[in-house]
Design a protein around this ligand. Structure first.
Ligand SMILES: *[C@@H]1O[C@H](CO)[C@@H](O)[C@H](O)[C@H]1NC(C)=O
Ligand SMILES: *[C@@H]1O[C@H](CO)[C@@H](O)[C@H](O)[C@H]1NC(C)=O
Ligand SMILES: *[C@@H]1O[C@H](CO)[C@@H](O)[C@H](O)[C@H]1NC(C)=O
Length: 313
């Protein structure tokens, strides 16, 4: 893998070389970029340790950890999802465990020793199961109708299954998730080196993107522009979707309301709405790695392990 390192105009041809170079020059890099305008920082100031931990992970494995499991997807033995310090792993002993800082277990399925080559699958009915051979040895018992479901390892330490897509930009691109990984790793690595920040890709209900703020996942950026248009870009240049509200207000902000409705507001006027209000519940707008922006509603199941309600914004 070839990685272009900003600032020095040197190319590194292997991860180990880059790892040692970055470790040595990390302080210098930070200083070098301190003067830059950091658009991303307002929205995404991860704690320094998390940035370093993620940077270390990227450099040591060349892989970007996912924090979302789509329905139909499986965590095989030894595989995990990760968000900041939270790791949700299908262990080789058949226990499905949520760790913080890789040491302290916050939640476990309690199925250790009850099977072999176990895997955890989020079924198309929203049910999370741990399976050994053809035996289901643990289930979240959260099955519903066939729909779009997402299991998310959240930055607050809670692992939640969300179900039923309420609204989407319908901009899903044909990119396979696995093939996106390497590209996203490079993009994120570049971002980390340039700004020391990792962008958020999820908006919780009750949260707002103010003018100029954005969510980002790999090449996809969902931004509340200062011209009042809410736009989804790929590679920062090509618009895939827009609310079409440019010039229709000032200091506009996009808020995911507690009823699951996404609104663009100028002053006290709602100038655009996703128009899918439901009952008060937990909703998440997610900029997905497949290029689709989706609002998911109604938590079906959770580990109930919230550690910190404060967002890392
Ligand atoms: C994880 O480790 C970090 C850094 O040592 C510490 O600040 C944080 O409190 C730890 N989190 C938990 C939940 O133990
Ligand atoms: C799911 O249902 C089974 C059968 O009723 C029960 O034994 C199990 O404890 C339930 N699982 C959870 C996570 O509540
Ligand atoms: C975005 O840029 C990357 C890297 O140049 C390229 O591989 C990818 O095809 C681009 N994606 C789109 C959708 O234009």
């Amino acid at each position: 893998m070839t990685i272009y390192k900003r600032g020095t105009h040197e190319y590194y041809t292997s991860i180990p070389t880059l790892q040692s170079e970055v470790r040595r020059s990390n302080t210098g890099l930070k200083q070098a970029y301190r003067g830059e305008k950091r658009e991303a920082m307002a929205r995404s100031s991860l704690h320094a340790w998390a940035t370093l931990a993620l940077l270390g992970l990227l450099l040591s494995t060349g892989a970007l950890a996912e924090d979302i499991l789509f329905n139909g997807e499986t965590l095989n033995t030894g595989e995990f999802l990760e968000s900041g310090p939270y790791r949700f792993i299908m262990q080789t002993d058949c226990n499905l465990v949520l760790y913080v800082n890789r040491t302290r277990a916050l939640w476990a399925s309690g199925t250790n020793g009850r099977g072999s080559n176990c895997r955890a699958t989020l079924q198309n009915n929203g049910n999370l199961v741990v399976v050994s051979g053809s035996d289901i040895i643990w289930s979240s018992n959260s099955s519903r109708g066939s729909n779009s479901y997402r299991l998310i390892v959240q930055s607050d330490g809670n692992v939640v299954i969300y179900g039923g897509a309420l609204w989407a930009t319908n901009t899903r691109e044909a990119m396979a998730r696995s093939s996106l990984r390497e590209w996203a790793t490079l993009a994120l690595l570049g971002l980390l080196l340039a700004t020391g920040a990792v962008a958020e890709d999820i908006l919780f209900n009750g949260e707002t993107l103010n003018a100029g703020e954005f969510l980002e996942n790999g090449p996809y950026r969902f931004i509340m522009q200062t011209d009042c248009n809410l736009v989804l870009y790929v590679n920062r240049t090509r618009a895939l979707w827009a609310s079409g509200t440019n010039g229709r207000g000032s200091n506009c902000r996009a808020t995911l309301q507690n009823n699951g409705n996404l609104v663009v507001v100028s002053g006290s006027d709602i100038i655009w709405s996703s128009n899918r209000p439901r009952g008060s519940n937990s909703y998440r707008l997610i900029v997905q790695s497949d290029g689709n922006v989706v609002i998911y509603g109604g938590a079906l199941w959770a580990t109930n392990t919230v550690q910190n309600r404060k967002r890392r914004l």
